[in-house]
Design a protein around this ligand. Structure first.
Ligand code: ATP
Ligand code: MN
Ligand code: MN
Length: 301
């Protein structure tokens, strides 16, 4: 079912019915990859991307001049997105209502790429229950220059500590420098409850294991440590989605991995938009079976 038209053939943006303008425009200058290359990557992995992108308020990183300049975040509609890019009204903290963007089918995501989107980020809740997050994300942000072995060890430590509380977690290579440790939730608690859990949990670890972790966002507090970015877990915050490309050199991709694969993985950006075929094979293989699938109650802390 996933993406292959026939054996060995990857689905392209044309197969999805996308009309792409400026297909030859270079999006990743260091890598010589074009807008068509990016659109074809997304067409090939669309079913995988949609598993998590579907029905979530999203933030796009759009880069009309290629990945290295003039990129901007977009979370509201400017009226210019495609016909399958949908709107959902969301109450802001000041009481006003704003339309947020979401998609519920692959062509909608591809239309965002036509509008020069490189990255897809989303809320941790879905439009049917915006106030009840269905995932907890610990975004591990290593200090500049900290080795990836340290990041992996920290992710495993987090996994153990969350398992002690009864939470199963799944690692995501961010495509950048870090790993996101994700615990799917059962949508039984609201944002303030989930954020409070993430903050208290992160501060407790940073206090117990200060050589490895800090819960303080200030860069000068990070020295050789990993910042546990618990702020991904507040209402309106976003995190990069599995299979999103990144607007970084090498055209890397955020990729789900299994815990038992992690020891052999050498960086958070080892996969790129050139690897659609390998990612599809991985996704249908044994290691990733059940990745992200759990509906868990937030434990008491
Ligand atoms: P890395 O592994 O390199 O840290 P990352 O995706 O985790 O990659 P972060 O810098 O940790 O990147 O950012 C975490 C998230 O914060 C982003 O994925 C994005 O969703 C959100 N974010 C950061 N800056 C903005 C912004 N200006 N507007 C909206 N969201 C933002
Ligand atoms: Mn991060
Ligand atoms: Mn972060």
């Amino acid at each position: 079912k996933v993406a292959a038209k026939k054996a060995g053939t990857l689905r392209t943006h044309a197969d999805l019915g996308l009309r792409l303008t400026s297909p030859d425009r270079v999006v990743f200058p260091e890598d010589g990859l074009t807008k068509a290359d990016l659109a074809d990557y997304y067409a090939a992995v669309a079913d995988l991307l949609m598993v998590d992108l579907r029905d979530r308020p999203m933030t796009l990183i759009r880069c009309p001049s290629g990945r290295a300049k003039n990129c901007f975040f977009q979370k509201h509609d400017s009226g210019s997105m495609g016909a399958h890019v949908r709107h959902v009204p969301v109450k802001e903290s000041d009481g006003s209502t704003e339309d947020y963007l979401y998609v519920d089918e692959a062509i909608g995501a591809l239309e965002c790429v036509q509008m020069n989107t490189i990255e897809f980020h989303s809320w941790g809740s879905r439009i049917d229950a915006l106030e009840k997050p269905d995932r907890l994300v610990f975004d591990l942000d290593p200090d500049e220059g900290l080795g990836f072995d340290k990041v992996k060890a920290a992710a495993v430590r987090l996994k153990e500590l969350l398992a002690d509380l009864g939470l199963e977690t799944f690692p995501l290579l961010s495509g950048g420098k870090g790993i996101h440790v994700i615990a799917p939730l059962d949508q039984s608690r609201d944002w303030p409850t989930v954020k409070s859990f993430a903050e208290r949990f992160s501060r407790a670890i940073a206090e117990a294991e200060p050589d490895t972790f800090t819960a303080n966002i200030r860069k000068n507090q990070r020295k050789d440590r990993i910042f546990l970015d618990w702020l991904r877990n507040q209402r309106g915050a976003t995190a990069v989605l599995p299979y999103s490309a990144r607007a970084r050199e090498g055209a890397p991709v955020a990729v789900p991995v299994a815990w038992d694969e992690l020891p052999a993985i050498t960086g958070a950006n080892i996969y790129s938009i050139r690897d659609a075929r390998a990612l599809l094979e991985r996704a249908s293989g044994k290691a990733l079976k059940g990745w992200g699938e759990a509906r868990q109650a937030l434990p008491d802390l």
